[in-house]
Design a protein around this ligand. Structure first.
Ligand SMILES: Nc1nc2c(c(=O)[nH]1)N[C@H]1C(S)=C(S)[C@@H](COP(=O)(O)O)O[C@H]1N2
Ligand SMILES: [Mo]
Length: 388
């Protein structure tokens, strides 16, 4: 490994300690406080219909978490949300090849065994689908420890030519797309600029929470782009292709494109851009009661920018600082709680807001840009509960 790579690896490790200045939890590990204790019960949300439930995991299906029951730092693999737009290809590990092609000095073709023989690293990454939303209580979310190899190591071995500016990632799953009235079979594809692709923390992953990547999460190999929305994490990855111009496939240029009214150089314009970095977001996921005292729990996701505070306001009152899991890592989700001491019987409205070290504050619904597309739902999310 070059000195430069070693330095950037150290930088990543160091910046993993992303929680400068936050209220830490002393004593017990944060996580041991999350599982429901003996005699602790969920307080019902009144914004959740009684009929609400998360769909079970099924082949080809769509699955999201019932966020009221988040009780571990790592989401169990069999409850991690599942989104795929085409099929779920089954690839025999022995037949698997990862090909690195295009504007490179040497085309690489790697078996799974060859990938596993290379330098391995692990990283925590929590992410959500760009289409995650309030109707499912933000359940298209999960946090896992991923294991695999550095994308930058593979690209350096292949030798990216100067003309190679765009890196495209193709999955083995395919579907028919109608493009200008023509039906065409396309593989799932996503891309990024070479400068993003050379980040030392992007992973070609073959493990999820210590076991081989499960089928629904892209077996045998997927991409993990920490800090970006789920769409970037191409499952069933079989080809990494370097080219000299932008890739304009459906999931970069037509779908997962956020349309919003923003200031562009002093002019308000309707802007269209591909969903990439995770926006600063928090949400309350549950309220529990034990021996008459209450606790409010939630999560934060963002692009890895260190956080300054996470606060909760009850019935429009003062913002109170919540405790955040101090062992969270740069790109993991960050779980937090607040002990709510004086909860009175009746209905209450609770809302959380997160602030990062740059002073950016999670927007209220009113402060959000006009944004008619369904992607990137990060506004403050008021929840209502009934205290009996
Ligand atoms: N090959 C492939 N990769 C894919 C997708 C897909 O349809 N095909 N869906 C993407 C989307 S939209 C999301 S949100 C994440 C979901 O990853 P998960 O199912 O492991 O949670 O995978 C991404 N990677
Ligand atoms: Mo997604």
């Amino acid at each position: 490994m070059s000195e430069e790579q070693e330095a950037s690896r150290r930088e990543v490790l160091k910046s993993g300690l992303a929680l400068g200045g936050l209220a830490a939890t002393a004593g017990m590990p944060f996580w041991s406080k999350l599982a429901l204790a003996q005699g602790e019960e969920l307080v019902p949300f009144t914004d959740v219909p009684e009929t609400f439930s998360a769909p079970p995991v099924t082949a080809g299906g769509f699955h999201f978490l019932d966020t009221r029951y988040i009780d571990s730092f790592y989401t169990p693999n069999d409850d991690f949300y599942i989104v795929q737009h085409y099929n779920q290809p089954e690839i025999a590990a022995d037949d698997y090849r990862l090909r690195i092609t295009g504007l490179v000095d040497r085309t690489l073709e790697l078996t799974l065994a060859a990938l596993k023989n290379r330098d391995k690293f692990e990283i925590d990454a929590g992410f959500e689908c760009g289409g995650n939303r309030q109707e499912m209580y933000h359940g298209l979310i999960g946090n896992a420890k991923w294991g695999g190899v550095r994308l930058s190591d593979l690209l350096n071995d292949a030798g990216v030519k100067n003309s190679g500016i765009e890196v495209v990632f193709y999955g083995a799953d395919k579907g028919i797309e109608n493009i200008r009235q023509i039906d065409i079979e396309q593989a799932f594809g996503r891309s990024m600029h070479i400068d993003d692709a050379m980040r030392s923390d992007i992973m070609v992953a073959y493990e999820m929470n210590g076991v081989p990547l499960p089928l629904y999460h892209g077996a045998p190999v997927r991409l993990i782009v920490p800090g970006w929305y789920g769409i970037a994490n191409v499952k069933w990855l079989e080809n990494i292709h370097v080219q000299d111009r932008r890739y304009m496939g459906r999931f970069m240029a037509r779908d997962y494109v956020t349309l919003s009214k923003i200031d562009v150089g002093g002019v308000v314009r309707w802007d269209e851009r591909s969903v990439t970095r995770i926006q600063l977001k928090s949400s309350i996921v549950r309220v529990t009661r034990r021996d008459g005292s209450h606790r409010v729990t939630g999560f934060v996701l963002n692009d890895g920018t260190p956080l300054k505070s996470i606060e909760i306001s009850i019935d429009g009152g003062l913002w109170q600082e919540a405790k955040i899991d101090a062992e969270s890592t740069k790109y993991s989700w960050k779980l937090f709680y607040l002990d709510w001491n004086d909860a009175s019987p009746g209905e209450h409205t609770l809302v959380s807001r997160v602030t990062d070290i740059n002073g950016q504050v999670q927007a209220t619904a009113e402060e959000m840009p006009e944004k008619p597309t369904r992607w990137e739902n990060y506004a403050q999310f008021p929840r209502t509960v009934l205290i009996s």
